[in-house]
Design a protein around this ligand. Structure first.
Ligand SMILES: [Zn+2]
Length: 649
């Protein structure tokens, strides 16, 4: 039924992959050259090839992330060029495109599969004359070099700076661990070194009591990588050109072609509505901070470089609360057990531990049953180790669908986190943030595992638009702040005493501390990113655009040396161009869905959860998410739900 996780000879992997790809090329060739033109004879077997490739390759990419070694790296690096060559061949297969374009669909799912396939062919330029295809190729090559250059400039600038503090008094407010990290002995003298690398930079900005040093650090940070100004111009011009070759008026317009948001105004109006809703409270939050800084240190001109510092101090005074107070209540095994129990009740499924091959002894695998029928498998690999890359993620392996032979496949997925392991004196204990992370990844997991589609390309998380993939994860994450949920697994690991109402209330309050200011910041980034891709902004126009947006979103004056854009790697070196808005876009859906499923007494409303499962999770990417949402709730998700989630008045 399910695949067994194993890779026997890593050194042979690329060779085996190459053989598999060649075998697939033959199958594709046969399909392309046959007279067959039905969905069953063309798109079914093509999806089987995708599944076959995914099943084969996922264990390697997974292993490379969770059990990294020289061998996995080599196998992985040698495999990537094979895969990218194969996928660009596929994207430029004109005969296949013409065949798929003519296929008629017999169901909604089939229709979406065809629409997506045709769309992707068109977006890779299949319809264009030869010269323009060549130009597109050259543009993507240049763009990948430029984004690399952007990161490199940023990295060089980040590493080129250091601040040396000699007086211990100036680091007296830092937590011991940050102080230790900064400490160095030079010629018998103790000094403290701070850099622009995140942990070091943040430590001083948050806890450093010398205002002049904060200003200096902040200035160095905000004026990094001036060379990136030119890189930005080139990137923006090329993206704009690419979009226009493909027939779109701007890159933003092009990007929306594959997104849930349909019009540019949908995005910009949404972001403005969000800013408007957050503004009044954001002003109050800032006033409170100013008053606090005045009272505490007689500061009457609070600046950007003071915000993190006084925010932390005010937070401490207000809540008298930190991680160490809740940690003893969140024992890893109990939290996982509690989560599975909640998901079982909420969605009427059952998890049964299963003894199957995995990649590490700490991995726990479960089979999932729905109405007594086996329906999926999930693996949890939750603890940090040196062979694992940082962060947390869900990785899908097998997919729920029906293949060309009519056989039913079931889905499987891996949940990976980096929680601290048990020690000699204590079991593995989670910070509340970790609990939230586990819920988040499980949200992605069930999106994939509870998919019920028959077509692989739209089943589970497949075919789901990029700006809504975080909806199911954020949805589940929201429950991790609810007392009715936390109570179910929050027991002190020594005394078994239940987590108190006071602590649970503090978890929620601290989450919403300065929430409105946080929203304004996100709106600023999102609007800047999106508008920047709506036309070909060059040179000073980039700064002018940012200044215009800041008139609404920045409540404190921003110094002229601040060139935030030179470090905005998400959009210039990552995949977020014209897509930064997605974080908030998906959050509105998740907040709205959350309130529809929340029951303050038991934690959740089972009837509503059933609807969420049947409409949202089961349908994967078969329809646009906003359509699925509308079908489930009977209306659009509302911005005010997000405002309510952050308890903004
Ligand atoms: Zn996520």
């Amino acid at each position: 039924m399910f695949q067994n996780f194993h890779i026997d000879h890593l050194e042979n992997f690329p060779k085996e992959l190459d053989a598999l790809l060649n075998q697939q090329r033959t199958v594709i060739d046969t399909i392309t050259h046959s007279s067959e033109s039905s969905y069953e004879k063309v798109l079914k077997p093509l999806q089987d090839l995708d599944e076959e490739l995914g099943i084969f390759f996922t264990p390697l990419s997974h292993l490379n992330s969770v059990m990294n070694s020289k061998e996995t790296q080599k196998a992985y690096e040698d495999s990537l060029p094979l895969l990218s060559k194969f996928s660009s061949e596929m994207a430029q297969n004109v005969a296949l495109f013409e065949k798929i374009e003519k296929i008629t669909a017999a169901s909604q799912e089939e229709k979406t599969v065809i629409t997506h396939d045709v769309r992707d062919f068109v977006l890779s330029g299949i319809n264009l004359p030869k010269e323009e295809k060549k130009r597109l190729e050259a543009i993507s090559l240049q763009l990948s070099e430029l984004s690399n250059q952007f990161s490199q400039n940023l990295l060089d600038a980040t590493n080129a700076y250091e601040l040396i503090i000699e007086n211990e008094e100036d680091v007296s407010g830092l937590p011991e661990s940050d102080k230790e990290a900064a400490k160095e002995e030079i010629e018998g003298k103790t000094i403290y070194k701070f850099t622009l690398q995140m942990p070091s930079y943040l430590a001083y900005m948050t806890y450093g009591n010398n205002r002049a040093y904060r200003k200096e650090l902040s200035k160095a940070y905000a004026s990094r990588a001036p060379k990136n100004a030119n890189v930005i111009d080139e990137i923006l011009a090329l993206k704009n050109e690419k979009a226009q070759i493909l027939g779109f008026k701007s890159y933003a317009h092009y990007a929306l072609e594959t997104r849930d948001a349909s019009k540019e105004t949908d995005v910009t109006e949404f972001l403005h509505a969000l800013a408007d809703a957050a503004l009044p409270q954001a002003k109050n939050e800032l006033e409170a901070l100013k008053a606090f800084a005045l009272k505490l240190d007689n500061i009457n001109d609070l600046a950007g470089h003071d915000v993190a510092y006084y925010s932390e101090k005010l937070k401490k005074e207000k809540f008298q609360f930190d991680d160490t107070m809740t940690k003893p209540y969140f024992e890893q095994s109990k939290v996982l057990h509690g989560l599975l129990e909640i998901v079982s009740e909420l969605f009427n499924v059952r998890f049964e531990a299963t003894d199957v091959p995995t990649w590490h002894t700490c991995v726990k695998a479960f089979d999932i049953y729905e109405e007594k029928k086996l329906s999926g498998r999930i693996y949890f690999d939750l603890e940090a180790r040196k062979e694992k890359r940082g962060g947390a993620w869900m990785h899908d392996w097998e997919t729920h669908y029906t293949d060309a032979k009519g056989e039913q496949h079931l889905a499987s997925a891996f949940i990976v986190c980096n929680f601290s392991a048990a020690t000699e004196t204590s079991p593995s204990l989670l910070r509340h943030d970790d609990v939230v992370t586990l819920f988040h990844e499980m949200g992605h997991g069930i999106h994939h595992l509870f998919g019920k589609c028959q077509e692989r390309s739209v089943s589970g998380i497949n075919g789901v638009a990029w700006d809504v993939v975080e909806f199911p994860s954020q949805f589940l994450e929201n429950f991790a702040y609810e007392p009715a949920i936390l109570k179910r697994f929050g027991f002190h690991h020594e005394t078994q005493e239940s987590i108190s109402n006071t602590l649970m209330a503090k978890i929620k309050e601290t989450k919403n501390y300065q929430a409105a200011l946080g929203i304004l910041r996100q709106v600023e980034f999102s609007l800047f990113d999106f508008q920047l891709h709506q036309a070909n902004y060059q040179g000073e126009e980039v700064q002018t655009l940012l200044n215009t947006i800041r008139k609404k979103t920045a409540l404190l004056p921003v110094p002229e040396y601040n060139k935030f854009q030179h470090g905005f790697a998400h959009i210039f070196a990552g995949g977020y161009a014209a897509g930064y808005y997605s974080y908030k876009w998906a959050e509105v859906l998740s907040a709205d869905a959350f309130f529809s499923c929340l029951d303050e007494n038991s934690g959740f409303n089972k009837e509503a959860a059933k609807g969420y499962k049947e409409h949202i999770l089961a349908n994967g990417g078969a329809k646009e998410m906003s359509t699925l949402y509308q079908e489930w709730i009977g209306r659009k998700a509302e911005v005010k739900s997000l405002i309510k989630l952050y308890e903004i008045s």
